[in-house]
Design a protein around this ligand. Sequence first.
Ligand SMILES: Cc1cc2nc3c(=O)[nH]c(=O)nc-3n(C[C@H](O)[C@H](O)[C@H](O)COP(=O)(O)O)c2cc1C
Length: 202
Amino acid sequence: MAPVNAAIIYYSATGTVHALAQAAAEGAEKAGANVRLRKVAETAPREAIDANPGWGRHLESTTGVTEAGLEDLDWADVVLFGTPSRFGNPASQLRAFIDTTGPLWFQGKLSDKVYSAFTASNTAHGGQESTILALGNTFYHWGGVIVPPGYTDPVQFKSGNPYGTSHVAGDGSPGEVALEAARYQARRAVDIAAALKAGRAA
Ligand SMILES: Cc1cc2nc3c(=O)[nH]c(=O)nc-3n(C[C@H](O)[C@H](O)[C@H](O)COP(=O)(O)O)c2cc1C
């Protein structure tokens, strides 16, 4: 059977979610998937970016990451979305990309894929679960197969978020537990997508 195609599509202003996305890409590769790591386009005005040196630095350091396009969603069997929390919701940059998916959705091309999501916020109770659940609303509309990590691996008892990998950015960059949780989440999503693909081919 052909390998599963996995797209990791994320937005990150200051690098936290980018680190989780890279770990997710590693996990998906290790699980045998073809992987595309894609950032969504930055939509914030230059003045806003320049007001936060960490934002500008991250933007410059990721110029080499390809921007997500609708063809990445079309190609993928499994999609993991990553976003920082913005007042308990996904970042507008990721929403802007999602809001371009109407044509694919209309053709039924977003259904039956595996979807999963990860996030970061500055504080421990700053909206990580609500951000992931908000992305879930879109997955329902697409007719997706939502695959959360749950407590299905020992790392989940350390990282502690069954909805999806999350990191408290106020504590610094993601450490090994968060990175391993992201690798695990991607591995699990790819494994389930592979089982679905095999079942459909049978
Ligand atoms: C407009 C805005 C709203 C935010 N809202 C919250 C919030 O409600 N709770 C919280 O803990 N962090 C909040 N944050 C902090 C971000 O979630 C945090 O900086 C981000 O997760 C870091 O990820 P990144 O490095 O990938 O950009 C907010 C940041 C911005 C710019």
